[in-house]
Each structure stands twice: as structure tokens, then as C-alpha cells.
Design a protein around this ligand. Structure first.
Ligand SMILES: O=C(O)CCC(=O)C(=O)O
Length: 307
């Protein structure tokens, strides 16, 4: 598969992923799609992947808005729009409260136009076949070299009030394989053991349990005779997936110091009950700690937590 024949390839925690375990995400042409075809794709694959769905100018404005804020706290080199990590941070010197800072970055007008604007709203409504609503609480991720996201599914975070929730992962920078794209474990939305394990699980209430799946990702995928499905993502691409779809992100191991910028948001039908942790203003987020609990709120040189 050509996508993977690039230098560096896909890596998790320092280990290169064998090519025979890699596959391409199936692309859906949203302009031709109906509610029925989208619902069928979701049911069949556990995800829906759309190329270039968000307008290029809107994505660029959102990316530059975030980069400007990161540049102002000395985490990016000038010119900030290149997204080059400086290896430094003055975030904690300039902002007393990490959560408030990250909330303000996550509230940028251009970013919100992408995440909560009409394009995604209309697409999500088409997928659900009824009026959708995007969560107000965002998971913005500025990812420097050395980070990856463990295998997990999203149920434990977002299904307290309804499980009719979809994650939408939005791409704001170029993400070739060495910059740590998201991957989906092929067919994992149909794994009964994962459903049994995570249905009713609540990351905030069930503190003794973790959302991350404590398994070597390669062994997990091999044992299930599956593959890691991913893509060379480009700004404006989006990936919707369900709450029991097992996913993670490859490691960012590119040497050019450019950060990976993505944002994940959840959408649900408007008629389903809204989780007050994620809708409104001055939000508590998953644990009630606000935006400060997110990996994104950490200064870029600081390592991530695992939940
Ligand atoms: O972007 C990442 O590294 C992980 C994203 C993710 O896990 C999600 O969107 O649910």
C-alpha cells in the first residue's frame, strides 16, 4: 500500500508497525452521500472518513489562530504559521491557570467556525438522520514529536447520558505517517468483548478502571486478525467514528519539529439528553476539572497523561 511506503512509516511507542498490519481507511464522498448510505457505512465500518470536507481557508484560519496563541507563549518558532515547535514554553509564566488558557485557545472564533459551524453540523445531522448538535467542550491537540495515543474507545468519556454520540476528528495540519495520524482498528466496532467491557463504564466515576486498553497494540491487532486503518491526512479531512470503535494515534516521530494539530469534537442528535459536563460555558469536562485536565492544556514540552 503506497501510503505507507514513506520514510519513517507508522510507529507506536518506538516500535515500527509491520506493513502487513496497515490498511487504508475507506473514503466516503459526502457530496453524494445520503443519510442511508452514511448510516450504512457507519454500521459496516465503524467510521466515516471524508477528504477535504472543511473549506481550506477556514482550516487555515483556525490553524493560524491556534498557532498564534502557541507562538505567544514561546512554544513555536517564528513565523508561527509554520507550526515549528521551539522546544520551549512560557505558558506557565504568562498564564496562571492552564485550564483558562486552554479554554481561551479552544474558544477561538476561527476554530469554532470549523468545529461547531454549519459544515460539520450539516454532515452530522445527515449521519444521524435528524438535527445534530456539536459538544461545546473541545479536545484540541497540539502534538509535538514523541507523543502517541494509546488504544481506547470513547464510550467511557461521552456516553453517560446517551450512547448516540459520534466523535469527529478534524485535521488541521498535514499528517503523514511519521506525524502520528489517528488509526482505527479494523472491524473493532463489532468486538463484543470491547462492548461488554466498556458499556456503562464511566471514566470519571469508575476510577479504578482505565479507558486505555492495556495491550500491546500490535499483539492486539494480530490476535484479532485485523489491521490498523489510517491515512495520510490533509487539512480539512474529517473522521467520524462511534463510541465502541477502538482507535489510537501513531507516534509523531518526524524530525522536522512541525507539530501535528487536530481537534476532536463529539456530535449527537439534539433530541438526546445533553451531558452538562460538555454543553454550555465554563465547562467542567470529563472530570469536572475544566480544560486544565486535557493533555492539550500542558505546555508542549511536558509529557502527556494516560487515562
Ligand atoms: O488525536 C489523537 O491523538 C487521539 C484522538 C482520539 O482519541 C479521539 O478523537 O477520540
Amino acid at each position: 500500500m503506497n501510503d505507507y511506503a514513506e520514510p519513517g512509516g507508522a510507529v507506536i511507542d518506538g516500535a515500527k508497525i509491520p506493513k502487513n498490519l496497515l490498511g487504508c481507511l475507506t473514503e466516503t464522498d459526502f457530496s453524494l452521500a445520503t443519510h442511508e448510505t452514511l448510516a450504512k457505512a457507519l454500521e459496516q465500518d465503524g467510521y466515516i472518513f471524508g477528504r477535504g470536507l472543511i473549506d481550506e481557508g477556514e482550516v487555515e484560519a483556525a490553524r493560524n489562530e491556534v498557532f498564534q496563541r502557541l507562538g505567544e507563549v514561546d512554544e513555536l518558532e517564528k513565523p508561527f504559521e509554520n507550526g515549528i515547535f521551539s522546544g520551549r514554553s512560557r505558558r506557565d509564566h504568562l498564564h496562571l491557570d492552564r485550564g483558562k488558557f486552554w479554554e481561551s485557545v479552544s474558544s477561538g472564533r476561527a476554530l469554532r467556525k470549523v468545529t461547531n459551524g454549519s459544515t460539520l453540523h450539516n454532515v452530522a445531522s445527515k449521519i444521524f438522520g435528524r438535527q445534530a448538535v456539536g459538544f461545546d467542550y473541545l479536545f484540541l491537540r497540539a502534538v509535538p514529536e514523541g507523543r502517541f495515543t494509546h488504544l481506547h474507545c470513547d464510550a467511557g468519556f461521552f456516553t453517560r447520558f446517551t450512547d448516540k454520540v459520534l466523535t469527529c476528528w478534524i485535521v488541521l495540519t498535514e499528517i503523514p505517517f511519521d506525524k502520528g495520524p489517528l488509526f482505527i482498528v479494523e472491524g473493532s466496532h463489532k468486538y463484543q468483548d470491547i462492548k461488554d467491557n466498556f458499556k456503562g463504564f464511566d471514566v470519571d466515576r469508575d476510577k479504578e478502571k482505565k479507558a486505555s486498553i492495556d495491550a500491546d497494540p500490535v499483539a492486539f491487532v494480530k490476535q484479532r486478525k485485523a489491521r490498523f486503518l489510517s491515512a495520510i491526512f490533509r487539512p480539512g479531512d474529517i473522521l467520524f467514528f462511534g463510541m465502541y470503535t477502538v482507535h489510537g494515534a501513531f507516534e509523531h516521530h518526524a524530525a522536522d519539529s512541525r507539530i501535528r494539530l487536530t481537534c476532536d469534537i463529539r456530535y449527537q442528535p439534539k433530541s438526546e439528553p445533553l451531558d452538562p459536563r460538555y454543553f454550555g460555558t465554563e465547562l467542567g469536562g470529563t472530570t469536572g476539572a475544566g480544560y486544565g485536565e486535557l493533555n492539550g492544556a500542558r505546555p508542549l514540552p511536558e509529557d502527556w497523561h494516560i487515562r
